[in-house]
Design a binder for this molecule. Structure first.
Ligand code: NAD
Length: 423
């Protein structure tokens, strides 16, 4: 994939990152120019400015966004993030990523994303609650179980979803649990949701091992980020016989060539609030950990961690992307030259949105499934999607990321063609 030379700032811009992949895949597909225009433009972008009473009695104005990139295949789906540097460009890129992700795993959702510019670490629970409720009421005509279904993202959580669900329900004069996913279990949340993304990553690792004729037993794995995604993936893979030899966190890393006992590490982290100082491994700077030799590297912390600056030092045989956008388009080229097998984010971390789909279905049914059923169906969807993507890659002689984009674009474009353009 030929990517023009660019500055690091351009390289890590999320809209550039998604556009580079979209355009390459659309060209390969010979996508109709009209559909190209439809799919490269978000369907709706909402910007709201709204006041919130702060604890000290003052009034602050906040800016929030909700972008619905496509609702062709079903209601919009995507998280809401709270951060000081949220921008329309970022939310727009993340919304389109959601369209592709839902299409890759073939679930009946479009793509959306939202955010509020704020510094949640400096806000009280009361301020966060008032901000969340007012933001919800500002976008209320545009969300709903059949329109657009938000979920947690950076700095939002089950509590945030409970507030959104309650605000929406108050306006509708009835409880509507299916307006958001990622809720607490007792108000319409789903069993298995919390560890779903990590579980999906394990499935993609298992399938990659099978596809490449490699053994799970003793397979050396390095995980960057020991949060929800990274720690669940590491635990499930440790239990399945993978050897987790390295963990990289924001404040330092751990390395043990004989394998780290993930259960002990989880226990240590819950007691000490950090992985540093754990006696079952040696300390190692995080950069060195992710550049160490291994069979599988799982970047599961944040975006833009494999760039033109370090891609040539990655020594993994397989990269399974847990985070959204951990590899830049320029780094893709370098990893491809090194013949590293990359399983892209829009497939590898789709376990989360797949479990969200199950949550939405259960809320609408008013019937809640056993965890074993959820895990089994989740695993089946990810195995099938792995098969779809790798088959597409072979048939079109492209890498897995481009194959995933092509498959997704093809599915969304086909739906738009079938539905026709309303006039
Ligand atoms: P999280 O906040 O629970 O965990 C992130 C972890 O990464 C934290 O432990 C943090 O300390 C660590 N970290 C931060 N900066 C780091 C750095 N520079 N180096 C190493 N570690 C660092 O978040 P999460 O829910 O696990 O999400 C992680 C990534 O996965 C994000 O990109 C997110 O968008 C993506 N993702 C999450 C889900 C989900 O279901 N949670 C689904 C799909 C994608």
């Amino acid at each position: 994939m030929a990517v023009p030379s660019m500055s690091l700032e351009q390289e890590i811009n999320p809209w550039e990152a998604q556009s580079a992949r979209f355009e390459f895949a659309a060209r390969k597909l010979n996508l109709d120019p009209g559909l190209w225009k439809v799919l490269s433009t978000p369907a709706r972008e909402i910007i709201v400015h709204f006041p919130v009473h702060m604890d000290n009695g003052s009034i602050e104005m906040f800016t929030g966004f909700r972008v619905q990139h496509s609702v062709a295949r079903g209601p919009g789906k995507g998280g809401i993030r709270y951060a000081p540097d949220v921008s329309l460009d970022e939310v727009r890129a993340l919304a389109s990523w959601m369209t592709w992700k839902c299409a890759v795993v073939n679930i009946p959702f479009g793509g959306a994303k939202g955010g509020i510019i704020c510094d949640p670490k400096k806000m009280s629970q009361g301020e966060l609650e008032r901000m969340t409720r007012r933001y919800t009421s500002e976008i209320i005509e545009f969300i709903g179980p059949e329109k657009d279904v938000p979920a947690p993202d950076m700095n939002t959580n089950e509590q945030t979803m409970a507030w959104i669900m309650d605000t929406y329900s108050m306006h509708m004069r009835q409880t509507v649990t299916s307006v958001v996913t990622g809720k607490p279990l007792n108000i319409g949340g789903s069993r298995g949701r919390r560890e779903a993304t990590g579980r999906g990553i394990k499935v993609i690792c298992d399938e990659s091992m099978r596809y490449l004729n490699m053994n799970v037993e003793g397979c050396r794995v390095i995980v960057q980020g020991f949060g929800n995604v990274g720690s669940n993936a590491a635990r499930l893979m440790h239990e399945a016989g993978y050897k987790i030899i390295g963990i990289a966190e924001f404040d330092g890393g751990l390395y043990n060539p004989n394998g780290i006992d993930i259960h002990q590490l989880l226990e240590y982290r819950s007691r000490n609030n950090t992985i540093l100082g754990f006696s079952g491994a040696e300390a190692m700077p995080s950069d060195e950990v992710i550049e160490s030799e291994c069979e599988i590297l799982i970047p599961a912390a944040m975006e833009n961690v494999i760039t033109s600056r370090n891609a040539d030092r990655i020594k993994a045989r397989v990269v399974v992307e847990g985070a959204n956008g951990p590899t830049t388009a320029v780094a893709d080229e370098i990893l491809a030259e090194k013949r590293i097998f990359v399983m892209p984010d829009i497939l590898s971390n789709a376990g989360g949105v797949t479990a969200s789909y199950f949550e939405w279905v259960q809320d609408r049914q008013g019937y809640f499934w056993k965890e074993a059923i959820i895990n089994e169906q989740l695993e089946q969807i990810l195995r099938d999607s792995f098969e779809d993507v790798t088959r597409y890659a072979e048939a079109h002689n492209v890498n897995n990321r481009i194959a995933a984009y092509m498959l997704a674009i093809d599915r969304v474009a086909f739906t738009i063609k079938q539905r026709g353009i309303y006039a």
